[in-house]
Design a protein around this ligand. Structure first.
Ligand code: CU
Length: 199
């Protein structure tokens, strides 16, 4: 490159023929990376669109409903059926309701080291439920039954706040889960039917 060439472009970088060649290489690599990044973005948008459309067009695997208007009168969520029970097959089942602004039962009694099924619904608006110290976090949507299973390792008391803003009394909506020794639970069970902490 001549001195004249350098003077023609006083504000540009001083280039030798060698650096011009490497500039071309860098530009080519940059373009290639830009294309790869764009392809990744297009692919991710495509995946998001495809899964979104698929979720919207397919029914959920399993939906169970419970009419909030007749919840207290008929079906599995009548008051006498709430609490913890040992089913005929030996499994432990908790049935509960969330309503403005409490859970029924207020304190859930369960045995330790036992798989427990929870079936919970809402009697009015959307509530949530999380059990402190565990990964249990469920939504309670009126009209639908939330079902999940859990097992508690050791006897302990956990707080169970509503985690979905449900009205002016929301901050007072706290339940409890009391985990007790399995043998003690089974003893209490044989003496009574459905259990809560206050029995
Ligand atoms: Cu609530």
């Amino acid at each position: 490159m001549s001195h004249e060439n350098l003077r023609e472009n006083p504000h540009g970088p001083i280039m030798t023929e060698n650096s011009e060649a490497s500039h071309d290489v860098a530009a080519r690599i940059e373009r290639r990376w830009a294309m790869v990044s764009m392809a990744i973005v297009v692919l991710l948008v495509g995946i998001a669109a495809a899964t979104g459309i698929q979720h919207a067009s397919m029914p959920q695997g399993r939906v169970e409903t419970a009419d909030p208007k007749t919840l207290h009168l008929t079906g599995e969520f009548i008051e006498s059926n709430l609490g913890t029970a040992v089913e005929a097959d030996g499994s432990v089942m908790v049935r509960a309701i969330g309503q403005q602004y409490s859970f029924t039962p207020q304190c859930v009694l369960v045995p330790a080291n036992t798989p427990i099924s929870f079936r919970i619904t809402s009697a009015d608006v959307v509530h949530g439920l999380l059990i402190e110290g565990t990964n249990i976090n469920a939504m309670l949507v009126p009209g639908y039954i939330s079902e999940f299973t859990a097992s508690f390792r050791e006897p302990k008391e956990h707080v169970m706040p509503c985690q979905e803003f449900c009205g002016i009394g929301h901050q007072g909506m706290w339940g409890r889960v009391k985990v007790i020794d399995k043998a003690a639970f089974m003893n209490m069970k044989s003496a009574r039917g459905r259990l809560t902490c206050v029995d």
